[in-house]
Each structure stands twice: as C-alpha cells, then as structure tokens.
Design a protein around this ligand. Structure first.
Ligand code: KIV
Length: 270
C-alpha cells in the first residue's frame, strides 16, 4: 500500500494576507533537493529564469526556453509540499499576445503542478496579466529592473533614480495590481520608490535590491549560499560558502583516488 503525502501548500490568499503582518520569505530553486530544503523555511519558492545564468552558464536570462523552465519547475514541485511555487515565464513566451501568454502559462501550470507564474513588466504587460488572472492563472508581477529587458534598459541599472522614473514605476505597480497580480517583485529599485510603491499597493511587494521597505524579500539561492561566484550583486548577503565546500570535497576525492586511498575495504561490494 502506498502512502499519500499530505500536501498543504501556502495559497495566494495566504500570501496576500501577509501584507502588513509578516515579511514574505522567498528564494529561488531549480532542483528537487534544494526545493526540499527551502520548503522548510520559505513561503514562496520561485523557479526563476536566473537559472539561465546560475545553472546553464548563459550571460543573461534571454536564452532560457519554456521547456527548460517546465523541466526544472516539475522537479521543484515534486521536492516541496508547503511553499507556493511560482514559475518564471521566459523571454518571448508571453510578449506576443495575451493568447500566447495564456497558452504557455497553461502548459506551465498543467505540466508542472506549480501554483502561479511570474511575468516581467508594468503598464505594458497589464492586459496580459489581466487575461491570465481572469482565466484562473495566478500571476506574480515583476517591475523595476527587468533582466529580460537588459538590452532595452541598457544593462543591469538601478531603477527609479529621478522623479519621472519614480512616477512611472508607481504607475507600473498600480497597473500590475489592478490587473489582478497577487504580489509583485520589485527589483533593483531605489529605496524611496520601493517604499512609496509598498505603501500605495494592497498586495505584497517582494524586494530584490529594493531595500527593507518591501513586504518581503527574494534572492537567488545560488548567490546567497555562495555557489554562483562569477558575479555577486551589491544587494546579496552571502550566508554560506557552498562553492568552497564543493571544491574541498572534490579535491579530497581526486587526491584519494590518485593515492589509491579510495575506495577502501569498507566500500568493496560482494
Ligand atoms: O529569475 C529570477 O531568479 C528572478 C528573481 C531575481 C526575482 O526573477
């Protein structure tokens, strides 16, 4: 007889209800074992398209495909039982039309079992967010620095530096909320603007490089555990040195094999 694992995940209602009560904890995961660890500590797990850089070695998130996201998101859903899992829609899988966005987001939901998708963009993406949320697909918004628009934004630049840029960001946030998003990421944005947005919208803001003024925080897990060391943004705090631990373990193994210390008698089978 097989046991069915009870699944009681956070819901989008729980996340909305956290606004003004408790900070929302979010991290990225791309595999089942990492998701299992995060699941014990996080409200939200984001299958971020940052996997293009931290897993696949691309220079940006642009080459990430829907099939890659679906494969990793399925693993994250299987590895978790408590957290709400959100999946990034990759570049060019939702920009063409709301119908294209729905088709691809529906694939993500059906093939992975995730609870929501994330789209980058403000005012210009609001009709698409509305199209999805009105058809039963929960959406997390993403405004401020938009990694998928790295070419259009002229690099990874802090957003909201002057009054006009700040005004446009507040407009983006209002549009994303009005379109039905249940929360939104604010990335790489000056603190005063992140604070203003957090005050004017009724849904939680999840900051990354957007200060403690946001309702919650997200980081790329590979950055915070010290696994991805090619580039560490200023807003990351390193909580571990997993890259160094892997280096030490692999060096010890290589040395044991070369000196014939591994395998030992205890590892002999039969
Ligand atoms: O792709 C990602 O990991 C993200 C976070 C940085 C918010 O979008």
């Amino acid at each position: 007889m097989s046991a069915i694992r009870p699944v009681k995940r956070r819901t989008i209602r729980d996340i909305r209800a956290a606004k003004g009560k408790a900070p929302v904890v979010c991290l990225t995961a791309h595999s089942a074992p990492v998701a299992a660890v995060l699941d014990r500590h996080c409200d939200l797990i984001l299958v971020g398209d940052s996997l293009g850089m931290v897993v696949y070695g691309f220079q940006s998130t642009l080459p990430v495909t829907l099939d890659m996201m679906i494969a990793h998101a399925g693993a994250v859903v299987r590895g978790s039982t408590r957290a709400l899992v959100v999946v990034d829609m990759p570049f060019a899988t939702y920009h063409e039309s709301p119908e294209q966005a729905f088709r691809n987001a529906a694939r993500v939901m059906v093939e992975t079992g995730a609870q929501a998708v994330k789209l980058e963009g403000g005012v210009e993406m609001a009709p698409t967010i509305r199209f999805l949320t009105e058809r039963g697909i929960p959406v997390m918004g993403h405004i401020g620095l938009l990694p998928q628009s790295v070419n259009a934004q002229g690099g990874f630049r802090t957003q909201g530096r002057d009054a006009e840029a700040a005004r446009r960001l507040v407009e983006d946030a209002r549009a994303v909320e009005a379109a039905g998003a249940f929360c939104m990421v604010i990335e790489g944005t000056v603190e005063t603007v992140a604070r203003d947005i957090t005050e004017v919208v009724a849904i939680p803001t999840i900051g990354i490089g957007a200060s403690v003024a946001c309702d919650g925080q997200v980081l790329v897990t590979d950055d915070l555990i010290g696994l991805f060391a090619d580039f560490t943004p200023k807003f990351v705090r390193r909580y571990g040195e997993v890259g160094k631990a892997i280096e030490e373990a692999v060096a010890a193994y290589a040395s044991d094999v070369r000196e014939r210390r591994f395998p030992g008698p205890e590892h002999v089978v039969g």
